[in-house]
Ligand binder design. Sequence first.
Ligand code: UD1
Ligand code: CA
Length: 447
Amino acid sequence: MGAAAETVVILAAGQGTRMRTSKPKVLAELCGRPMLAYVVEGALALEPQRVLIVIGKGADEVREKISTLFPDAPIEFVLQEEQLGTGHAVQCCSDSIDSTSRSVLILYGDMPLLRAETLMQLQQEYLEQGSRACLLTVHALDPRGFGRVIRSRDSSGSAGGALERIVEERDASPEQLALREVNVGVYLINTEELLRLLPTLQNNNAQGEYYLTDIVHALASDGGGVQPVVVADPEEAIGVNTLRHLAEARRGIQDRILERHLAAGVFIEDPDTTFVDWDVEIGTGTRILPCTVIRSGVRIGEGCEVGPFSHLRVGSVLDNGAEIGNFTETKKAHVGAGTKAKHLSYLGDVSIGSGANIGAGTIVANYDGVNKHHTDIGDRAFVGSGSVIIAPSTVGADATTGGGAVLTGGSVVPPGDVWIGVPAQSLADRKAKKGRGPDPSTEGAKP
Ligand code: UD1
Ligand code: CA
């Protein structure tokens, strides 16, 4: 595409004091990944030559997370040791911005719902208008915390004219506070102008910070004009400053994820109570029933049924036609084709073959207090209700466990065998022993 923004700067150094949490704000999770990752993804869609991310609070953690998520992207990190404001954050990039690049796109790391298409639209306007700067504005229902867009009065006397300046909420007059057009915080600026104006920023405002928004005023007042581009959908401009905003942003991201699955032929009965992380694969014709949580990385085949009230955690894979029902939790569980675990089970660190039936209340106990162990359950196995299978254990193909059987760690149920009791042992062995009369030395011992 006609890349106007060869350089993208993303501001992500702030602590996020208003969140009242210790974690750096931009790493707050939304549907299984940090909010900053959504912003980085949007920026990368423009195929810029370089993305500079300004980091400060929790810098090492932010650098590590983002580098892991985008290993091949042209990302560089710039340290802002003291957070003296958004203008100061961009000042920290002055030396890193290539003065021969034509323009710089500046984004904030706490705006995860901005769509790549909107950034492209901004880029388009910038190229078409030939202005020195373009920025995104939005008509917000709730302008909480946003900088207000001040426009000049046009010939009719209404304040709908050219953009004059951005006034931060804390510096605004009651009249300005009543304005509903706000600054989204996305700017595309001619590189030369940006580098010329950055050193002129002052911090004489209510917060004693260097505001990036003052550059807008500088550009607008010397006649060059700053072109505002209005974002149609206010949801895109949900900025995350508090945990309340984080919950709103999560809802927005969640809706988009679910819409993608619905469009791909996944039946989701009640999107309002369905939680699916961003990188979950779900096959066509699968049904997701209410109150279900599906975490990052889970893969679900075609024609499956999950829920109501299921929790599929990291590393879970469901082959085609598998069914996981209410109050069943899976973790690192491979559930084979057509296998059913419909009620009240915990399936942790387990591979289950195809066509198996996992009875109500089955627990695969994977953790011995120190280590996790793996369990295998074969094709067509029938695990009786209330079975406890202590890992590591193996239940062979076509084998059966009786209701309430407890397979102690290291149990190996041969294919086709039937094991019952506590501790569980082969039914055939028990019968043979019964024929001989009880043997007190082995009765109740581990098979
Ligand atoms: C900012 C804008 C406001 C706009 C709003 C949109 C300014 C002065 N104000 O306000 O006009 O309506 O965003 O969301 O720009 N950051 C740094 N270093 C700093 C300060 C901030 O990297 O020294 C980063 C933060 O991590 C954050 C972003 O910049 O990701 C925005 O900072 P924030 O403090 O949230 O600005 P707002 O008060 O929301
Ligand atoms: Ca903000």
